[in-house]
Design a protein. Sequence first.
Length: 85
Amino acid sequence: MRMSVTEAKGQLTELVRRAEAGDEVILTRHGHAAVRLVPVRVAPDRKSRRALLEGIRASAATKAASGPGAARSQDFLYGDDGLPG
C-alpha cells in the first residue's frame, strides 16, 4: 500500500497494525517513496539461542549414528570385485 505522509498522519495506528500483519506500507512525499513501515524483529535471547543450538546438536548426533560412516558411504557404487557396478 502506498500513501502520502499527509494522508498517513490521521491513520498511523492502522498503518502500524497493517505493517505488523505483514502488509507493505510505503509512505510517499511529493509522489516519491520516502519511507517504508516494517515490523521490528525481536532478537532471540541467550536462552532461546542456546536451546536452538542444543536441538541442532542433538539432531546431528542422531543422524550421524544412524547412517554408514564416511569410509563406507560410497560402497553401493562398487560391485563385490571392487570395480564400478
